[in-house]
Design a protein around this ligand. Structure first.
Ligand SMILES: *Cc1c(COP(=O)(O)O)cnc(C)c1O
Length: 312
């Protein structure tokens, strides 16, 4: 979108959703992967800077689980090197950094409303652009690249059915039915946040006494989150065993996100020791707005039971 020449590089944290990697490659740019902080799984200005070259054009950041990256430092870095900043805050519908909503700090931000998210409407999203010119370009890209609007709103006097395209865009728009569901879900967001926060806090209360587990780092006072993930980290080599034990007890856990520098389809190698450590020690516990506090306690009890079996 910002050139697309094959020498253009976009830096993406290796702990990112597959869609981020694909977007860079699909645009014909070079995917450059950087490491993340071991505990937050967010990347940092320091880790990004190591990957900047004269060809770097943009950063595609992930706010892991809706928890903000340190944006002051990252925006200062982007300014110094003249880089565009794209924020993937897919699940960060209620997240903010120093009073500003995530997704509105960089040049572009996006939120997802797919079935796995917090505000869910089947499928859909919101994109935010700082520069109206790029917004107009995106408008066309998301609807076949059509230069003009169809229907009665088209202001052309004669032969309004003729058209031109500016690019080979896709049809990637929402529809009124899913949008109406999203509006109802929007009203329910405060209630969803309350429920998620209660589960989040109950996990922290019950697991912080477990010596072999690190609960997520404390949220800085100037940030709000959307409680999308609850990720624990083990100080031993039993993460896979714990996942299996919980699964045998009907508790589904997972690890997000398998680092992109290990995805052979991208063919991008990178030295990311923190992401490698995280991929072996982190587990995302269930967290959603239909989870009850009794269920959270049940999960914590099973985790403690596992610790006893393993003599931890
Ligand atoms: C869900 C998700 C996406 C993709 O959202 P879509 O609505 O499928 O486009 C991108 N990034 C992150 C971090 C996600 O969790």
């Amino acid at each position: 979108m910002w050139g697309g020449g094959t020498s253009d590089e976009v830096i993406v944290p290796t702990v990112s959703f597959v869609g981020a990697g694909n977007a860079v490659c699909d645009a014909g740019a070079k995917l450059v992967l950087c490491d993340v902080d071991k505990r937050t799984l967010n990347t940092t200005a320091e880790l990004i800077e190591k990957k900047i070259t004269k060809n770097t054009k943009a950063l595609l950041l992930l706010h892991y689980g809706g928890i903000p990256c340190e944006m002051d430092e990252i925006m200062a870095l982007a300014k110094a090197y003249n880089l565009k900043v794209i924020e993937d805050c897919a699940p960060g519908v209620c997240s903010s950094y120093k009073g500003q909503h995530l997704g509105t700090i960089g040049d572009m931000g996006m939120w997802s409303f797919d079935a796995m998210k917090i505000l869910v409407c089947g499928d859909g999203s919101i994109l935010h652009f700082k520069d109206p010119e790029i917004k107009n370009k995106a408008d066309k890209l998301l609807y076949f690249g059509l230069e003009s609007k169809s229907g009665y709103s088209n202001t052309v006097d004669k032969k309004w059915w003729n058209f031109d395209i500016s690019c080979f865009g896709h049809r990637a728009i929402m529809n009124d039915i899913t949008a109406s569901m999203a509006l109802v879900q929007l009203d329910r967001l405060p209630e969803f946040m309350e429920k998620r926060k209660a589960c989040n806090d109950a996990y922290t209360e019950q697991l912080s006494e477990v010596e072999w587990i690190m609960t997520p780092p404390e949220l800085p006072s100037y940030c709000t989150t959307s409680y999308y993930f609850y990720h624990i980290q083990l100080n031993n080599e039993f993460r896979d065993d714990l996942a299996k034990y919980l699964r045998d007890n009907d508790i589904y856990t997972t690890y997000r996100y398998y680092p992109l520098h290990h995805v052979s389809g991208y063919g991008v190698t990178a030295d990311c020791p923190n992401a490698d450590w995280a991929a072996e020690h982190t587990l995302n516990l269930p967290l959603h707005q239909s989870l009850s506090l009794d269920e959270v306690s049940f999960i914590c009890d099973k985790i403690k039971e596992f610790g006893k079996i393993k003599n931890l």
